[in-house]
Design a protein around this ligand. Structure first.
Ligand SMILES: [Zn+2]
Length: 315
């Protein structure tokens, strides 16, 4: 299955959810369901971001973008992560405000009415509709997140995997809404919901962080893992040179690395010997980096002499 088919299924799923959740939510008067329906509207936007970014990321490198467009996926992941964080922040605010209002603190209830108010009192007929909507949503989300994560791994797209994680956190929201609806009905109180919402806020926050951190690592061209860098250093040192003066690595996307090194060789080494050395070194680095999970690398290798006098231009 190609990425467009998978993402098309994701968009269709969210479109049905938005209609169902907003329809039933407004009919029954469930704020939690209405809020989740609007959230799914933003999920549709995210799915379009995934499609566009994946399309762009697959373009071939060219003169203007010699390393290609892979980082555009990290940008997409960053957007998804930030949206998750905002959702988490809203949930934490709701649960804190809810807890305070239960303690009888007046200011809290005005905050609460700004973000959310949970006076959900519904009859048993409405309960059945709510159960049907939240339970079926949860099951579909679990299935769809697995499909997305698996397809993302197969297609080598971290962005698609990240969107799948987001869908998985949606399943948590829906499952907990289901539990909250039932608890609401039997206890005739909104109190259990605030505990549920606090837990969800924490859950979404950690998913958001899990997505944002590696996205920033690649966007900011962070060096690769220390033990991988040490492996490169060892290979370079033992490649028949006098030493390694400098070594820097940078991530480009999730699967590519730039290796920048300056090697020290005897002044007697000719240019053609350097070229041959570079070929041999790159061959062993390619194999090493493939084992580390990098599919592509760009090598910038220079040669210098020990105690080389600094290059100076006198006027
Ligand atoms: Zn979502």
């Amino acid at each position: 299955m190609g990425y467009k088919t998978v993402m098309g299924m994701v968009i269709a799923m969210y479109a049905v959810k938005v209609i169902l959740k907003l329809g039933v939510g407004f009919f029954v008067g469930s704020e939690m369901l209405i809020g989740d329906g609007f959230h799914n509207l933003s999920d549709i936007g995210e799915a379009f971001i995934v499609i566009m970014a994946m399309k762009l990321a697959r373009r071939k490198p060219n003169e203007r973008f010699p390393l290609g467009y892979m980082n555009i996926e990290s940008l997409g992941s960053l957007v998804i992560g930030v949206l998750l964080m905002l959702l988490a922040f809203r949930m934490i605010l709701v649960s804190v405000a809810g807890g305070l209002s239960f303690a009888g603190i007046g200011v809290a209830s005005s905050v609460l009415s700004w973000v959310y108010h949970a006076e959900s009192t519904f009859d048993s007929g409405e309960l059945l509709i709510l159960i049907a909507v939240t339970l079926s949503s949860t099951i579909v989300s679990v299935f769809m997140s697995r499909l997305e994560i698996r397809a993302g791994k197969r297609l080598g797209s971290q962005l698609m995997v990240d969107d799948g994680k987001e869908t998985k956190s949606d399943a948590w929201v829906e499952g907990m809404t289901f539990a909250g609806v039932i608890a609401n009905f039997f206890t005739h109180s909104a109190a259990p919901e605030f505990i549920v919402v606090a837990f969800l806020g924490y859950k979404l926050f950690s998913t958001g962080r899990e997505i944002i951190k590696p996205a920033l690592d690649t966007l900011l061209l962070r060096s690769i893992d220390r033990e991988h860098e040490k492996g490169i250093m060892d290979i370079a040192k033992n490649s028949g040179v006098l030493g390694v003066e400098s070594l820097r690595t940078m991530r480009v996307g999730r699967r590519m690395v730039v290796v920048n090194a300056k090697l020290l060789v005897p002044p007697t080494m000719t240019t053609s010997e350097q070229v041959l050395h570079k070929y041999a070194l790159c061959r062993s680095l390619i194999m090493f980096l493939a084992d580390c999970g990098y599919l592509d690398a760009k090598y910038e290798i220079r040669y210098g002499f020990p105690n080389e006098p600094p290059f100076e231009i006198s006027p």
